[in-house]
Design a protein around this ligand. Sequence first.
Ligand code: ADP
Ligand code: MG
Length: 337
Amino acid sequence: PTVVNKIAAGEVIERPENAVKELLENALDAGSTSIEVLLKDGGLKLLQISDNGSGIHYDDLPYLCQRFSTSKLEKFEDLQQMRTFGFRGEALASISHVAKVTITTKREGDVHAWRAFYVDGKLAPLSPSNSPAPQPCAGKQGTVITVEDLFYNVPGRKAALKHGSEEYRRVLNLVQKYAIHSRMVSFTCKKVGETVASVSLSSRLSTKDKIRHVYGTLAVKHLKVLNIAEGATNVESFHADGLISSADYEDKKSVFILFINNRLVESIELKTAIDETYSKFLHKGASYFVYLSLVMKPEQLDVNVHPSKRIVHFLYDHEIFSAISEKLVDLLQTTDE
Ligand code: ADP
Ligand code: MG
């Protein structure tokens, strides 16, 4: 079983970025308004996510890193629906099979925090003289998850990820996108030993200001609001919000950020539809900036391709893509607001 777990975990967690994404989403699910990411060697040596969310109940600590044994499971009757975003209740389990995980957590009203250490899905002693039971400790409300020595037991994977700087770049990119999307949440991301964070995006900033910080002034000058109200398409409960660059925006590289139901995902088909629409308006070699947030029924999505990448397919792809393309054309045709 350990081997199976390790292989499965290796598929879900390919690199630090995948672990950070899962941990960020957990922190957001816990209602955090402030999330800090700390990395050493691009997350390969150490990766730590601190949040000020709900914290984790002491009784849940022994089972936290076991597959399919999480509290979120109980909230869904339908396994199919629950699995819409790939792998529910598997993230911490997967991470603990390829790294050493320490969790420090405190809930509102708790007298002190608890610290628990996990190896291969199970509680382990923090030091040889200790018992594996969670230990009381100091801490503020919320959760700190520390992931050390990622892939220590997967030598092939470890050897493939030689460049901490590349991993760091990927994590920064990910944190920036979540910061742009999650309006009420402040994010920072920094390397161990750094005094000034590489990313520091406060919830006080507007979405446009966050985009300006990350992608530069150029992008923001030309941004237009895209909005498709619920009921505007034939697709039940579908609506969309976003910011898109106008036809006179030019930059080196196009940016397409897609959130569906508050998860960062990829859709090759939707990207192609957007490419095609822009190509009718942009100069040759010009590029675009598109940030879209779609909300729809999870059962109208299929996330079956690769668990770590979360590539989605749409049940009503034609309706959705043409609604977005039409809106884009409308916005791109008007040169000035
Ligand atoms: P899932 O998110 O699919 O339930 P995970 O393995 O990602 O599975 O997380 C397991 C459980 O641990 C979550 O359901 C949640 O109850 C708890 N949890 C994980 N991270 C946090 C956090 N930062 N704050 C509060 N609870 C958390
Ligand atoms: Mg999760």
